[in-house]
Design a protein around this ligand. Structure first.
Ligand code: NDP
Ligand code: 2IT
Length: 447
């Protein structure tokens, strides 16, 4: 569509050297044709697509910290506050050497639509640093987190912007970040961060939420095709928070997890990952157990330097590590390997070329902004509990999470019906997530 093409060209011109960001915007905007056609005049007059692709603000700052030997290091710190049309900015923090503005802008942009799909009042944001937590001691991580928060604190708050975890940021980091925020502000504002420890305002099920939610979403998709998780084989990537939650739920529902992975290679479990192995994943990381040692301990193999895709037959491929893991080259082997579903638990794990290829092969893609929305959804529930000054039970949170994932599927399904999209869940999720934000932006005037 001409209007969308023109906007995309302008965004590409204005954001050179930001390939991940342009990829995310292209993927979303290219699928909006049916809804934009219906509202072209209004959207054009309000420059809606142009405004939506430019963050409200981006904060960038220096993070200086000392290692255990007393040496000073300098890292880059960022927070991209993308859009707060439907609620305070909300989204995780990523600590990884690959972090740059392009990566954080793609993540913040995706977060807008994901948060909209959760039905909870949360805007979109993302932040982080090029700091590499690998090989750092606990005291170095604390020193880094304290320095990061000493700058970030002035930009966040329970009614303005609520960060959480992402790659390299888990419960330990959120604890140190919260401690420093409390110390600087001199007040106990526990709604300022989510993913906190249970003893200081965290929510039960938040650690498991992204992985659990992703399987709840897949169950909805499978049920609509008279299919289910039981007896299916799953190839997962990643070995972190999301892979752990997903593996636990797959095994509990009678599925078989045959692979996991780290940056250094793939773990292969021919007979399926045992429950006790899935339960041990977080502790194995904190105890410094290598992937190879872990695989051997639980009857698996470690394939150094290999990615999990294209090697083994599986019903479901489930990327749980990072962006652009599934390329056209790997996606090309999926049909032959019997893959029927790609369940995106990581953010933007599939390139746009691979998405087109999967679609042409009839492989169902469960889009990240729907499938992994359970994490931020339970973050939203953590905020609700903090506001109420109450803690809900595990069952209460898990039930709410299940309902949210069902509701996300229902919204996508109704967008697919309304706009005759067939079973294109990627386009359905984009349109459903976009509509609520677009309506709110139009109602709030031009700024
Ligand atoms: P973790 O830091 O807990 O784990 C990340 C895993 O991915 C690790 O196993 C890591 O390998 C691997 N990994 C990281 N970078 C790369 C890379 N460049 N190439 C290959 N493997 C890599 O992160 P999470 O599990 O929290 O996040 C995983 C994905 O899920 C991300 O895309 C994140 O944005 C997304 N997500 C996370 C949510 C959350 O609540 N945590 C919510 C929604 C989405 P190694 O073991 O070697 O370090
Ligand atoms: O990508 C994501 O949705 C997250 N990392 C979780 C964000 C959050 O605020 O819980």
């Amino acid at each position: 569509m001409q209007y969308i093409d023109n906007v995309l060209s302008k965004i590409a011109e204005q954001n050179p050297n930001q390939p991940e960001f342009l990829q995310a915007v292209t993927e979303v905007y290219s699928s909006l044709t049916p809804i934009v056609s219906e509202n072209e005049k209004v959207y054009k007059e309000a420059a809606l697509l142009e405004r939506l692709a430019e963050p409200d603000r981006t904060v960038s700052f220096r993070v200086s910290w000392k290692d255990d030997g007393g040496n000073v290091h300098v890292n880059k710190g960022y927070r991209v506050q993308f859009n707060n049309a439907i609620g305070p900015y909300k989204g995780g923090l990523r600590f990884h050497p690959s972090v740059n503005l392009s990566v954080l802008k793609f993540l913040g942009f995706e977060q807008i639509f994901k948060n909209s799909l959760t039905t909870l009042p949360m805007g979109g944001a993302k932040g982080g640093s090029d700091f590499d937590p690998k090989g750092k001691t606990d005291s170095e991580i604390m020193s880094f987190c304290q320095s990061f928060m000493t700058e970030l604190y002035r930009h966040i708050g329970q009614f303005t912007d609520v960060p959480a975890g992402d790659i390299g940021v888990g419960g330990r980091e959120i604890g140190y970040l919260f401690g420093q925020y409390k110390r600087i502000c001199g007040a106990y504002e526990n709604g300022v961060l989510t993913g906190k420890g249970l003893s200081f305002g965290g929510s039960l099920i938040r650690p498991e939420a992204t992985g659990f939610g992703s399987i709840y979403f897949l169950e909805e998709v499978m049920a609509s095709r008279s299919d289910g998780v039981k007896g299916k084989t799953f190839a997962l990537s990643g070995f972190g928070n999301v892979a752990w939650g997903a593996a636990l739920k797959i095994i509990a529902l009678g599925g078989k997890v045959i692979t996991l992975s780290g940056q250094d290679g793939t773990l292969y479990f021919k007979n399926g990952l045992p429950t006790e192995a899935a339960e041990y994943m977080p502790a194995s990381r904190t105890n410094g157990v290598t992937k190879e040692e872990f695989a051997k301990k639980f009857g698996g193999e470690f394939l150094a330097g290999k990615k999990p895709w294209g090697l083994f037959g599986a019903d479901v491929c489930m990327p749980c590590a990072t962006q652009n893991e599934i390329t056209a080259e790997t996606a090309g082997s999926f049909s032959r390997l019997g893959v029927k579903y790609v369940n995106e638990a990581a953010n933007m794990p599939t390139t746009n070329e691979a998405l087109a290829l999967l679609k042409s092969q009839g492989i169902v893609v469960c889009p990240a902004k729907a499938s992994n929305a359970g994490g931020v959804a339970v973050s939203g529930l953590e905020m609700s509990q903090n506001s109420e000054r109450l803690c809900w039970t595990k069952e209460e949170v898990d039930d709410k999470l299940k309902n949210i994932m069902k509701n996300i599927y229902a919204q996508i399904n109704s967008a697919c019906e309304r706009y005759s999209l067939g079973f294109d869940l990627v386009a359905g999720a984009n349109i459903a997530g976009f509509k609520k934000v677009a309506d709110a932006m139009l109602a709030q005037g031009i700024y």
